[in-house]
Ligand binder design. Structure first.
Ligand code: SAM
Length: 221
């Protein structure tokens, strides 16, 4: 494992392929200045989410886990006219920082930020008839991933793509005897996704600025 090499290669990828982006740089700087942890997706990963959303022509996007809104902005920038990202965040301070970041990016009108534990805001969305969503990004507390996958299926339609971050955790997910609640939640999510006839599923391992991890890609039938 050579994290320095992964980091350097990530820098190369971003330098060669992503346009300079002072707004997103300012978003990361503001999040850091506000004391938020550096656990957002990387720029290259954010661009991947953006490309997924564009490929699908996603108009309705749901994100579980906002933090400072970095990934939210990659998704919101992919929306067609009239599209919306609904993003769920439990931590009021994170939400406040994200709101300022959405304004900084000029995208507040396209982002519906709901503050509270997602397990409470998801039923509200369902009751409002907010679904179905075209793309759902799960990136919050990992022990709740099985519940979030269940909600994602309820709020989806055939053709919805569900993307789930951090499903490798440097290989710790291999440990069937793990007592780590995140590992247990992720392992259970693999079981559910693998047995769910409504899903065509895979997971892709990643290395880079965010270490060794991976994304699950779940396509709803
Ligand atoms: N998606 C963000 C990005 O890439 O920029 C990163 C999200 S960060 C990994 C996870 C976020 O989920 C944190 O801001 C955390 O406060 C939030 N979170 C944790 N538990 C939650 C819950 N039960 N409901 C909603 N959000 C939660």
């Amino acid at each position: 494992m050579d994290e320095a090499l992964w980091n350097e290669m990530d820098g190369f990828i971003v330098e060669k392929l992503l346009p300079a982006d002072p707004v997103l740089d300012a978003v990361l700087a503001a999040s850091e200045a506000a004391g938020l942890p550096a656990i957002s997706v990387s720029a290259a990963q954010g661009q991947m989410l953006h490309i997924f959303a564009r490929m699908m022509g996603a108009r309705r996007i749901l994100e579980i886990g906002t933090l400072g809104g970095y990934s939210t902005l990659f998704l919101a920038r992919a929306l067609p006219e009239g599209g919306t990202v609904v993003t769920l965040e439990a931590d009021a301070h994170h939400a406040e920082v994200a709101r300022a970041n959405f304004a900084r990016a000029g995208l507040s009108d396209h982002i519906d930020l709901r503050v509270g534990p997602a397990i409470e805001t998801l039923p509200v969305l369902e009751a409002e008839g907010a679904g179905p969503f075209d793309l759902i990004f799960i990136d919050a507390d990992k022990p709740s991933n099985p519940a979030y996958l269940d909600w994602a299926l309820r709020l989806s339609r055939p053709g919805t793509l569900i993307v789930c971050d951090n499903v490798v955790r440097a290989g710790r997910v291999l440990d069937a005897a793990s007592t780590d609640a995140s590992v247990i939640g992720i392992r259970r999510t693999y079981e559910i996704a693998g047995a769910e006839p409504r899903l065509t599923a895979t997971a892709v391992q990643t290395v880079g600025a965010k270490g060794y991890d991976g994304f699950a890609l779940l396509l709803v039938e």
